[in-house]
Design a protein around this ligand. Sequence first.
Ligand SMILES: CSC[C@H]1O[C@H](OP(=O)(O)O)[C@H](O)[C@@H]1O
Ligand SMILES: Nc1ncnc2[nH]cnc12
Length: 295
Amino acid sequence: MAEWHIGVIGGSGLYEPGKLEDVQEIAVNSAFGEPSSPVLTGTLHGVKFTFLARHGAGHTRSPSHVNYRANVDVLKRCGVTDILAISAIGSLREEFAPGDFVAVDQIIDRTAGRERSFFGEGIVAHVPLADPVCPRLSDLAAKAGKKAGATMHDDGIYVAIEGPQFSTRAESHLYRDWGANVIGMTAMPEARLAREAELPYALIGMVTDYDCWRDSEEDVDVTDILKVMKGNGETARKMLGELAKALPKSRKASPIDTILDVAIVTPREEWDIAAAAKLDAVASRLIDLFPAPQG
Ligand SMILES: CSC[C@H]1O[C@H](OP(=O)(O)O)[C@H](O)[C@@H]1O
Ligand SMILES: Nc1ncnc2[nH]cnc12
């Protein structure tokens, strides 16, 4: 029976997952550099969870300095089957109020200069990303959020900016015109990399502010964001417990589990051995560096 193992990436204000049973802190190395933090791994209502603090436990990495590749690689090495990311987000719509939760389903990527692929150095892959979020995990997480007491919205269209500065007023209006309804700095390249690592990814955003498009509101500032996040942290942790309780007993396969089958264009005989070695977790299904001798 296929088991769930949920990797949780905690964003600003969410530096620990609450009470896991049989918890262990493990420093996991990655071939892609230093992850943001050691992971906490354990169980919640009998389901395996592994937690990683996106900006580090002491919030020492800005969105531009998070090593997204190492973070996703480490979660894959821990054996997670799915990733649930939790983030602070700004609202670009009146109806998404501070304190509300939003299930993000689309992402507009305005980040620049971040490492956005595990592939490209000796092995080339182009994964489909039309729907960057896994609807199954997203629905389960949204229902869990509601059960935990959050006001939950669907259909979050998230614009990922590079930051670390917040947007200008003209940018904030532009993103609204584009149809984005929430804003943050971290969903990309995280969602791209999860897809390449064959890990279904969902993102629950916790609204902390109205950015700077609204005439009647103070412009966003980080002190207010962290205040709202502190208030929301407990609901987010409850959401994890509700999710653990609501997961179906057995995890059915997702098309994302095998997405590399339709993505790698470099023929196997051309694969660069050093590149393949780095992909031993991300592409573990396909990498067989030491095949048994034939004959
Ligand atoms: C601390 S305010 C800006 C910061 O908060 C969000 O981080 P995360 O997505 O990790 O919760 C936002 O994306 C910015 O990185
Ligand atoms: N207004 C905002 N812009 C970018 N990232 C954010 N994270 C939380 N609020 C934000």
